[in-house]
Design a protein around this ligand. Sequence first.
Ligand code: G1P
Ligand code: ZN
Length: 549
Amino acid sequence: MRIQTVSTHAFLDQKPGTSGLRKKVKVFQQAHYLENFVQSIFDTLTIEGDATLTVGGDGRFYNKTAIQTIIKMAAANGFAKVLVGQDGILSTPAASHVIRHYETFGGIILSASHNPAGPTEDFGIKYNTANGGPAPEKVTEAIFAKSKTITQYKVADIADIDLNAIGETRLGDLTVQVINSVSDYADLMAKLFDFSAIKSLLQSGFSLKFDAMHAVTGPYAKEILVDRLGARATSLMNCDVSETFGGGHPDPNLTYAHELVDVLYANNAPDFGAASDGDGDRNMILGNAFFVTPSDSLAIIAANSRLIPAYKQGLAGVARSMPTSGAVDRVAKKLSIPCYETPTGWKFFGNLMDAGKVTLCGEESFGTGSNHVREKDGLWAVLCWLNIIAAKTKALGKWQSVEAIVKAHWAEYGRNVYSRHDYEAIPTEDANGVMAHIKSQFLTLPNQVFGRYTVNTCDDFSYTDPIDGSLSTGQGVRILFKCGSRIVFRLSGTGTEGATLRIYLEAYDPDIANHHLDAQVALAEMIEIALSVSQLKQRSGREAPTVIT
Ligand code: G1P
Ligand code: ZN
């Protein structure tokens, strides 16, 4: 096997964001761009003689091209073996499972999650460590540092692999094994959940609709929901993976998953609806004409976790990202288990899970998961809900609707009314100006009264990891009110165009009768406060958010 050393020049923009390096495909297609980043990853690792690398992606445009390059570079950089999903496909949670299950050295996941795909759209790459989770900040910082000084990379002179053919190929010193992308993950799900109870629920006529949004969960949903659990084939929509994700924006929320929303809000709607995102780690849960806020979904899964075989012994603890609502905190309190508040991004949950401190984690951004892998997991969340509904139905002898389960939860714990408003692709200077303007009021805001709300404190959230002591600063500006309500402003770390400013709004009321069911109505006063304190409209020229979730 001949190894070539190629001279290159550094690109200075390869700083990984909330979840890896995401750029337009055209940026990745520049000569040396992908190779530089992959070599920077490899240069931060100590690759031992028998090391295996897991590689797979969400199937978007450029996935297969990137995989062929990565295999050649893995061979040249001392890996003994590469495990790759058939056709280059591995959902993000499935990749995390493969890394853990086969005890591989780490993995490269090719995805830009829910961002649109295609030649003029987005691509992404991230490195996950041996625990199956996204590399922690100290590793991503080291990769970025390498990428700024790189002068050469190594690539083996070997042929392209047939990614369609399951089995092993030897190429010089490297073995490439193409594995079934779905079966290991489906086997894991069968171990965690009561498949026979879910099967009976579906056989009894409980109807569901799952929308893969033309992205990676399609084959997983077919195998698990239809082949193993007996759902009808018509329960699935948009389950064929296309390189452009059908030209859509595979983000499972009320705006982008409107096709599914229309089905669930129509006459004779199914009892349950769910969607997953581009790489399969996000989920949206719907009932018949009912939307479950992701923060509530996490709390409800936690509160009912004993109904799920994998968690029937109880939870060690729970964790949520800072902007996620405090609904799960109330469940943790009742269960007398710890609840951790981390910065945004799944990578912050890894240490807590590895140390056995938490079992369930979640983010308001449609991400929920557990310690079965080290990524959030869309289909896992769907199966949690189906398992909970099946178990409650079995116990009560009649179906429990999603709406009834959520309302019963609110009646017991109170309701954290919640919404996020995103202002996408605004000029970076404007976004920075808004953040600076809010921070400039940190001293004057406390004790100011805005209608029903009085400011208690304000800060810029920072987090010290309780396991390794690492400090992460600048994680979002918070305005905390005396009544426990809050507004958070944060700049996205995953966008590829200008800046995305997110406003997170949360109001708590123990008596659900006080709140309008529609969160936008219930939060109207807080939305006004957020706009006035930030001067967002004046500074960005935007009249309304791009997306409301
Ligand atoms: C967004 C979400 C965050 C999630 C990340 C990756 O990041 O807000 O919760 O972990 O995508 O899916 P952001 O764009 O806000 O940095
Ligand atoms: Zn995703």
